[in-house]
Design a protein around this ligand. Structure first.
Ligand code: GAL
Length: 349
């Protein structure tokens, strides 16, 4: 069979004395997906346009820029996405203290999460096409068990990016990975002109430290109602009297018949991304707290701008009834678990 998706590996730069590589896949339409081995970070999603290629994700000039601020830009997140109260978990009746990296909270896997690791990057072949494999032995992050983790990144002939997180652990542990991609589908410095649709009737209630509570709140008649494509400009304006002046919220999504949970589109660039995930949660963060400093973005020439991108983070939430989060995201010793996220890219050809 003809090989339609072609991979390559190049040296990118160095981080703390370690060589960082950039791995890329290009399909026959001229779409390119590239990743850095630091943090298994999505570095570029380049889409062909009349004026040359357009990168639709935020990226920085150097590897070190990715760890110079608390925003996890486009990085792999694990073992657990989101916030765990006091960093304390109960597994098999045992209380375990995880690192606290945001006040007392454990956020996005703690201090030594997936994003801070240097992954082993390879190009492998699946069904005649090149695929990026990032692998790593996750240990020393305070979670029980050594976790063998492999993330496969593929790009199809019809412009679907698929991310598969596959893990197995030597002890019972937690596994709730995501990829923290910040999209900006246009040429503007903010995503305000974008439209967002989310298949969610409810959001999760949060406490003052943004820890999810058991209760859910209906989105009807609130700025959280994205059940129809909604202008981010208007939605963000409606959040103006909140402390954050934007969204950093957990949507309880109901995947549709095609497992789509959200669609982000830009009427100006005519680019859209539809997100497919079978899981029940989507965190939406509109980069409300981005600052000019420590955000060496390529797009905005070395500074950060509020609302410069939007992160849409598929993950698992506790079910609304019954068991809590820890049983929903438990990975038993020796069990193999795979989570898949797909991004369908659409653009004018
Ligand atoms: C989100 C989180 C935000 C912020 C962001 C970092 O998941 O809800 O508060 O921490 O990640 O990129």
């Amino acid at each position: 069979m003809e090989n339609k998706v072609v991979g390559s590996i190049k040296d990118f730069d160095e981080y703390q004395g370690h060589k960082i590589q950039k791995l890329s896949l290009t399909n026959q339409n001229g779409v390119t997906l590239s990743l850095l081995t630091l943090g298994a970070t999505i570095y570029e999603i380049n889409i062909p346009s009349e004026t040359g290629v357009q990168n639709i994700v935020l990226n920085y000039y150097h590897s070190k820029d990715y760890l110079a601020n608390p925003y996890y830009v486009c990085m792999a997140i694990g073992r657990t996405a989101g916030r765990i109260k006091n960093g304390n978990i109960i597994l098999a009746g045992q209380s375990i203290q995880l690192p606290q990296n945001e006040g007392k909270t454990n956020l996005h896997g703690g201090t030594n999460g997936f994003n801070s690791q240097i992954w082993q990057g390879k190009i492998i072949q699946i069904a005649g096409n090149d695929v990026i494999e990032m692998s790593h032995l996750q240990e020393g992050d305070g979670y029980p068990g050594k976790m063998r983790i492999k993330i496969l990144y593929s790009l199809s002939a019809d412009d679907v990016i698929e991310i598969k997180f596959c893990a197995i652990s030597t002890a019972d542990t937690l596994f709730n990975p995501t990829q923290h991609i910040y999209f900006n589908l246009g040429k503007n410095d903010t995503v305000k002109e974008h439209l967002l649709k989310i298949n969610a009737k409810q959001i999760q209630k949060l406490d003052s430290n943004k820890i999810p509570l058991a209760d859910r709140v209906t989105v009807a008649d609130t700025p959280f109602d994205f059940r129809q494509p909604t202008s981010l400009d208007k939605a963000i304006a409606a959040m103006n009297d909140t402390a954050e002046k934007g969204f950093d919220d957990i949507f309880a999504v109901e995947p549709d018949k095609d497992n789509l949970v959200a669609v982000l589109s830009d009427p100006l660039s005519k680019i859209s991304v539809a997100i497919e995930s079978a899981r029940n949660g989507l965190v939406v963060f509109t980069a409300n707290s981005f600052t000019q400093q420590n955000m060496n973005f390529v797009r905005t020439n070395g500074i950060g701008k509020r609302y410069e991108g939007i992160a849409l983070e598929p993950q698992t939430l506790a079910p609304s009834k019954g068991d809590g989060l820890f049983s929903a995201i438990k990975l038993a010793k020796g069990e193999e678990k795979t989570y898949t996220i797909k991004y369908h890219l659409n653009y004018e050809r």
